[in-house]
Design a protein around this ligand. Structure first.
Ligand code: ADP
Ligand code: ASP
Ligand code: MG
Length: 810
């Protein structure tokens, strides 16, 4: 025989109740069906009682809804006729009793525990007669055989008495029995009690264990036990097998899919529990049993959490070495019926932290302050207070026992995401590591853990892209076209969760549509300033986030520090921060290192060419950069390749802008500023402390051309054409080329126009290409050379993309 339990979610609507009927009728063997109250009714009963007790006359409306739900349910699921009339009458009697009780409460404005327990029992009493009628099952009254006794002001099961009564009741099994879950009676007074919220699961387990059932089935509204609460983690998936220990650990920490006490009685008898979905009966579900195969499964099985946690810390130097402090703490709490679900004690013995429910926190402090009143007065122990509004998270899995480094990975992942752990505990059984965090960080904690332990099918990176000009725009297009492939081949999901331009911004936790991002930003983006952008990104508090700066804005660069401090990685195509004051550059790199996030800017020099990474690799492997010689401006190289008798100097600048090689303001290129910035960045990465003002310059456009507006510049620049043409002819006759060269040697940096002869490696550098020669201790005689496209939106965006990918580390 088997026992099947259908939860409130399975008997919430007429259509779900009809699925229950189909599922039950398909069972061939004898079966005992346990049901909860119709979904939401227990909450409504509690709420209505509270309203009545508070003298709020509108309790009647709440009550009317309770009546309506049952009357309608009967109408919808029981065919018209005598049976329906009889059932309506029976339900009507129960509802009338309930009405009288509520009226009594309203009149005397008092709600005792006893009355409250009586009221909630009507939920299961009503639902069970409906389902019994519907499935043609014989109805049994669980109040007659589920017996409780009072311990520490709580009703707890009297197991022996209950077992023998259950065996007696079901001595001969009917083909189909129906039992209301949750409700019970006190073994001495006979008063109605219950097994606690969610207790129908327990009723079913008690019956299954007492009768040595072959299987206990828990039918609910999800496909089984999942890796995490599916309402919080969208990528959570069903776990096919769990051991009793794992299931106990998970549901003790809030995975409400199974009520925690449920597991023990059946585990004791080695009866498997099958968790199934009433709305998808063909789904495989989860089986919970003694032995599960751990060989191929992941290090952890699942994550669960409780979000209304308080932490109470008993501390004081006077506690060190004193025997019995913990005994007194737990005795005082137990006497008052306060349950403790996490304990953490420092080995110095001067503090013990205890996790309790928020609802128990005040009472717990009160009893502990009383217990230790003397010590507190003597100053040996500090007055005891509760830290409220915390959440407790547990990661669970029997495989943890065999795998070193789980705790390291767990706390590393949390740390990198800026999540501060307030307390933690791991039992010696090593099947559960629990930790306490601020309530507001719960969602993020669950997400990062789910992600990092590969419980999710994919690793997720959440990107905020700022700037949708040529580089940002190409980047988004590249992400859009690569996304599916990355997901399938690399298990990486790139979510663009924010896009901003200079005026507007849009955000979505689930990821934005990249197909029409420009139109969407125009139509739906919110007006945004630097301040709102910062607040929104930090406020979203999203895990594994990366801020991608595709602007050339100093304002945007000023955000990095704050973002890094909030554990958001930064990938910048923008050169301003890395070339700003040396101390600022160092600070950003240091913060990134301390926070375990990345600050990457490979595209600051040579667009997509791997220059900075190469320098880093050389240095990390012990090499030393002796000299750098390079052409680092795509724009300038293009200009000096383009200039000819037919194309005067001023025209080449226009062309470079049209090709989108130049900075938005081409004077940044022509003044050498862009190259100075790049050289400074390279020098710093090579280990030299260099400021922009340290770089010597030999320019080719007089300084006064850079004063005034961009318009003035465009008007004035053709006046240089004639002089350039004269000099160009001389150069042509000498068979030389102009190259704008950046150089670092012996820590001294310079940029300037040089005339190079045909035997120089820079002579033949075409188009907007860049070239860099690295002379190092290892590459001394023949310097290392990197060469290729040094400008252009496509290659720059690809370089930014590569930086993003290196953060994912796939
Ligand atoms: P029932 O009414 O059937 O007893 P509950 O609402 O008590 O159902 O429990 C089922 C719910 O538990 C699911 O709808 C889901 O939202 C929630 N839940 C929380 N954690 C988990 C988890 N790890 N796996 C599955 N469901 C979970
Ligand atoms: N109806 C009760 C509750 O909502 C018991 C149960 O559903 O298991 O808590
Ligand atoms: Mg439940």
């Amino acid at each position: 025989m088997k026992v099947m339990k259908f939860g409130g979610t399975s008997v919430g609507s007429a259509s779900s109740v009809l699925s229950v009927k189909r599922i039950v009728e398909a069972v061939d063997e004898p079966v005992i069906v346990v049901v909860s109250a119709l979904g939401g009714i227990t909450d409504k009963l509690i709420n209505t009682s509270k309203m009545a007790a508070a003298g709020d006359a509108s309790y009647e409306n709440e009550f009317r809804e309770i009546v309506y739900r049952h009357v309608e349910m009967i109408k919808e699921v029981i065919p018209e006729g005598e049976a329906q009339v009889a059932l309506q009458r029976r339900a009507g009697e129960l509802l009338n009793e309930l009405k009288d009780i509520f009226q009594g409460i309203y009149l005397i404005k008092d709600l005792s525990q006893k009355t409250s327990d009586t009221i909630v029992s009507y939920g299961e009493r009503l639902s069970s007669i409906i389902v019994a009628q519907l499935t043609g099952a014989e109805w049994y009254d669980s109040r007659r055989f589920i017996k409780t006794e009072k311990k520490h002001s709580k009703h707890v099961l009297d197991t022996d008495l209950t077992n023998s009564l259950v065996r007696e009741t079901f001595g001969t099994l009917p083909r189909r029995a129906l039992v209301p879950g949750f409700i019970s009676t006190d073994k001495t007074t006979g008063e109605v009690t219950n097994l606690g919220r969610g207790g129908s699961d327990y009723t079913a387990a008690i019956i299954a264990a007492a009768l040595d059932a072959d299987c206990l089935e828990i039918w609910t509204d999800v496909d089984g036990f999942m890796t995490a609460d599916p309402r919080v983690i969208s990528t959570a998936y069903t776990i096919s097998e769990l051991s009793y220990v794992e299931a106990t650990e998970l549901c003790n920490f809030g995975a409400k899919v199974v009520y925690p006490p449920t597991i023990y009685p059946v585990c004791h008898k080695n009866i498997p529990i099958l968790v199934k979905n009433t709305f998808n009966p063909d789904g495989v579900g989860t089986v919970i049993k003694q032995e599960v195969s751990h060989s191929q499964s992941k290090a952890i099985k699942g994550i669960s959490s409780i979000n209304d946690t308080s932490l109470i810390t008993v501390q004081g130097l006077g506690m060190v070495g004193v025997i019995g402090v913990n005994y007194r703490i737990f005795k005082a709490l137990a006497k008052n019926g306060i349950s403790v679900f996490l304990v953490s004690q420092a080995s110095s013995e001067n503090s013990t932290s205890i996790g309790v429910r928020n609802a128990d926190a005040d009472l717990a402090c009160e009893v502990l302050n009383e217990e230790f009143a003397k010590e507190i007065e003597m100053g040996e122990i500090s007055p005891i207070q509760a830290e409220k509004n915390l959440a407790t998270v547990a990661i669970v899995g029997e495989n943890m026992k065999h795998t070193p480094g789980i705790a390291g990975k767990l706390f590393g992942t949390l740390g990198r995401n800026g999540i501060n752990v307030i307390a933690c505990a791991q039992g010696a059984s090593e099947t559960n590591i629990s930790f306490v965090v601020d309530n507001r960080l719960l969602r993020k904690s669950l997400n990062v853990i789910h992600d990092s332990f590969f419980l999710s099918e994919y690793q997720v990176l959440n990107l905020f892209i700022c700037g949708i000009g040529t580089v940002g725009g190409s980047l988004i297009e590249q992400i859009h076209s690569q996304r599916r492939k990355l997901m399938h081949e690399n298990g990486l999901q790139l979510n663009v969760v924010g896009i901003a331009d200079a005026n507007k911004a849009m955000f979505s936790r689930e990821g934005l549509d990249l197909e029409r991002f420009r139109e969407e930003l125009q139509a739906k983006g919110k007006e945004s300033s630097l301040e709102t952008l910062r607040n929104e990104i930090i406020g979203m508090n999203i895990f594994n986030s990366v801020f991608v700066d595709c602007t050339a804005s100093a304002d945007v660069a000023s955000l990095y520090k704050d973002l890094l401090l909030h554990n958001i990685s930064v990938v910048a195509a923008n050169k301003i921060a890395a070339s700003s004051a040396y101390d600022n550059y160092r600070e950003l790199k240091q913060i990134a290192r301390q926070r375990g996030v990345k600050y990457l800017f490979e595209t600051n020099v040579g667009a997509g060419l791997p220059i900075i990474n190469t320098i880093n690799d050389l240095i990390h492997s012990g090499d030393k950069i002796l000299k750098i010689e390079a052409i680092l401006s795509g724009t300038l190289n293009y200009i000096f390749n383009k200039i000819s008798a037919d194309v005067p100097f001023s025209k080449t600048i226009r062309l470079a802008q049209e090709e989108r090689y130049s900075e938005p303001d081409p004077r940044i290129d022509l003044s050498g500023k862009d190259v100075i910035r790049k050289l400074v960045i390279l020098a710093r990465e090579a280990g030299y402390r260099l400021e922009q003002s340290d770089v010597e310059t030999n320019l080719f456009v007089p300084d006064d051309f850079f004063e005034g507006s961009l318009d003035d510049f465009w008007k004035k620049v053709p006046s240089l054409d004639a002089d350039f043409e004269t000099r160009r002819r001389v150069l042509e006759a000498e068979n030389k080329h102009w190259r704008f060269v950046a150089k670092l040697e012996d820590g001294k940096a310079s940029v300037g126009l040089q005339e190079v002869a045909s035997n120089h490696p820079f002579y033949g550098l075409e188009g907007s290409n860049n070239i860099i020669l690295l002379t190092t201790e290892r590459y001394k005689e023949y310097p290392m050379m990197i060469q290729g496209y040094g400008a252009g939106a496509g290659v720059t965006a690809a370089g930014v993309f590569a930086d993003i990918m290196s953060i994912a580390n796939v």
